[in-house]
Design a protein around this ligand. Structure first.
Ligand code: FE
Ligand code: FE
Length: 206
């Protein structure tokens, strides 16, 4: 008999606290979601960190392969920015209390491999090769724009405004570089490549 009473009261107690427990569970799961999101965020940082470091090696090769001085200069300027992008990411890792760690980015590896192929398949000293380099470089910039765009949004969602601001600086530089490449292509290189093609056709006709 004495056992039923405590049981009853304990059951009453647990049912009475079920709302409280639900709230607790919701808190725990939201905390859990938050940490999962943070983990995903850090993973994405590692991916773009690898990509940026890889670009500090890939860009000098692209610069060397380019013929147009304007294009060479644009690539060189962006190489210097890219080094700063690496530094900024290290700053972000530090702010999160995480070790700066690179995790291979398959997408960036693929994009730069494609860029190498374009260079291999075009003739040295031609504007056609420069067109190919611009196309490859813009694919890289577009990848970075989407990666940083997502990272900035995620950082804001997590309330990491300072980190969002740091990443946004890089995002803006990627966008500027993309626009500059479009401008170089449209103002000169595309036309030169087109003229190159016509000269070639004329030679073939002779
Ligand atoms: Fe970058
Ligand atoms: Fe870039």
């Amino acid at each position: 008999m004495p056992t039923t009473k405590p049981r009853k009261s304990s059951s009453a107690k647990s049912s009475g606290s079920s709302t409280a427990r639900k709230t607790k569970n919701a808190e725990a799961s939201s905390q859990n979601e938050n940490s999962q999101l943070e983990k995903f965020f850090v993973d994405a940082l590692k991916d773009i960190y690898w990509a940026e470091k890889h670009l500090t090696k890939a860009l000098p090769k692209m610069q060397k392969a380019a013929t147009s001085e304007e294009l060479q200069q644009a690539i060189e300027d962006h190489l210097n920015q890219t080094k700063e992008h690496v530094n900024r990411l290290e700053q972000v890792f530090e702010q999160l209390g995480e070790k700066a760690q690179a995790k291979k980015c398959e997408a960036m590896e693929g994009l730069t491999k494609e860029g190498d192929t374009v260079v291999e398949e075009t003739e040295d000293g031609t504007s056609t090769r420069d067109v190919g380099i611009i196309v490859s470089a813009q694919k890289v910039e577009h990848y970075e724009i989407s990666a940083y765009g997502s990272l900035v949004t995620l950082a804001r969602t997590m309330g990491q405004d300072e980190i969002a601001d740091i990443l946004n600086q890089t995002l803006e530089e990627e966008k500027e570089t993309d626009e500059l490449l479009t401008q170089i292509a449209e103002s000169s290189i595309n036309w030169q490549a087109e003229a190159e093609d016509e000269e070639e056709e004329e030679d073939e006709e002779k």
